[in-house]
Ligand binder design. Structure first.
Ligand SMILES: Cc1ncc(COP(=O)(O)O)c(C=O)c1O
Length: 373
């Protein structure tokens, strides 16, 4: 028998979630953010499942883009951190990747490179280069100030090989629907857009679902595609998301411990009465967080039970008091269908993003509802 831990990836749910993003703004379109191996779901399978819906994909680096091209994805691919060194530029141009520019050094290297390419009269630019220009509207991570961005925009726009420049920015606080930082960020980007009269992209998942003023141009949904709400509280639209990944395993041992017995490393959990304890094939060596607190929910045979004791590398232990009939071989859901990854994350002092992206390669991904070839 193979180790029973698998991540089932429901591609029909992924398409539903993408459609929900699109529905928020009929005049917009949505890049599918598939960086970090599509938040742990498998970038190639996810992109192939969206290939007839998404006009473009967004990744963090050229290596991630190349994986998609190698799998036959022909859509434009946006590199949301741009290039890290000038040696990437020939590939970016021949492969129709769309780099984001966030710093002056990138602008200089691109302009120099394009000057050389054009002088040599090489036909590699095809229909022209599409760029994204990042404006720092308040996140203070990457990007130009509005004044700098306006100058860089004019400089680049003057180059005949540049076909289109999309202004973009990233929202720092959009998951808090009352936070005025988001309003300020939106106003800044929109003022610049009006000045330059160019396309725009600002909406991540929380803005796609909760900030109508951000729903224009290119939406950039990430976490919502994978079915996790970007909000900590219930939200009418986010509650319509469907979980894409269900992390499933089985009980590999069940025993009843007497009162005052402890379980696992550090003897962190001690029984107060005779207690059935199940051992599940899943641990931090698979990406399940070791910091999970006592009582983190775990579904056994459809019933919510509680983590009991520290998570080990390959196993974790669950208090089966709520499910006393459970036996070896019974199904365990760690997160996903019927147990929101956000709910698990909240017991692990983390967020759904890290649980999903930190799931390690040794967990086999099984794809359900693949599109017909
Ligand atoms: C620039 C950029 N756009 C969009 C996204 C997608 O964000 P979310 O997953 O919150 O939708 C990210 C994610 O980190 C990002 O860095």
């Amino acid at each position: 028998m193979a180790r029973p831990l698998v991540a089932e990836i429901n591609l029909a749910a992924l398409r539903h979630n993408y459609q929900l993003a699109l529905n928020q703004s009929p005049t917009s379109t949505a890049l599918a953010v598939v960086k970090a191996n599509a938040y742990g779901h498998g970038a190639v399978e996810v992109a192939l499942a969206l290939v007839h819906l998404a006009p473009a994909f967004a990744v963090a680096c050229i290596e991630e883009a190349e994986q998609l091209r190698a799998a036959g994805i022909t859509q434009p691919i946006v590199l949301i951190e741009g290039f890290f060194e000038a040696s990437e530029l020939p590939t970016i141009i021949t492969q129709n990747y769309q780099p984001l520019l966030h710093s002056q050094w990138q602008v200089e290297q691109l302009v120099n490179y394009l000057a050389n390419v054009c002088n040599a009269d090489q036909p590699m630019l095809g229909t022209g280069l599409e760029l994204w220009l990042k404006v720092d509207t308040g996140m203070h991570r990457l990007g130009f100030t509005s004044e700098e961005a306006a100058k860089v925009y004019q400089q680049l726009k003057a180059l005949p090989v540049i076909n289109k420049i999309t202004l973009t920015s990233h929202l720092a606080c959009a998951d808090d629907l009352t936070n005025s930082v988001t309003k300020d960020q939106l106003q800044q980007l929109q003022a610049l857009q009006q000045q330059l009269d160019c396309p725009i992209s600002i909406a991540n998942s929380p803005a796609t679902l909760g900030w109508p003023a951000a729903q224009q141009g290119y939406l950039r949904p990430g976490i919502m595609l994978y079915g996790a709400s970007p909000f900590s509280a219930s939200h009418a639209l986010a509650d319509q998301l469907q979980p894409v990944m269900t992390l499933k395993s089985k009980l590999i041992s069940v025993k009843t411990l007497a009162a005052n017995e402890s379980v696992g490393y550090g003897a962190r959990f001690t029984t107060t009465e005779p207690t059935p304890i199940g051992v599940v094939a899943c641990g931090y060596g698979d990406g399940y967080p070791r910091q999970a607190l006592e009582g983190t929910p775990i579904k056994v045979n459809g019933i919510i039970c509680k983590l009991a004791g520290r998570v080990s590398m390959d196993m974790l232990t669950v208090d089966l008091t709520n499910c006393p009939e459970a036996q070896v071989g019974d199904e365990v859901i760690l997160w996903g269908e019927g147990l929101a990854v956000n709910e698990v994350a909240s017991h692990c002092d983390t967020i759904s993003y890290t649980l999903l992206t930190c799931l390690l390669p040794r967990v086999k991904r099984i794809y359900l509802n693949k599109p017909r070839a």
